[in-house]
Ligand binder design. Structure first.
Ligand SMILES: [Zn+2]
Length: 63
């Protein structure tokens, strides 16, 4: 008898939701879409928005 797999542990992810870059219209729009999607329980859509925000970290105009 052996324990094959332990159940997956869901730790709270400190990186989510990702923070939109202040002043970035794209991030701002994505963040709003994400919030709306989450409210409507469209989690797949919300996750997609999160990914887009995460993939948008490099901005030209960083003070
Ligand atoms: Zn952005």
């Amino acid at each position: 008898m052996s324990e094959t797999m332990s159940p997956p542990i869901h730790l709270p992810d400190p990186t989510r939701p990702p923070r939109p870059t202040p002043g970035c219209d794209v991030c701002d729009a994505l963040d709003r879409q994400r919030a709306q999607a989450e409210k409507r329980q469209h989690y797949r859509r919300a996750t997609t928005c999160e990914m887009e925000i995460r993939r948008h970290p490099r901005h030209k105009a960083q003070p």
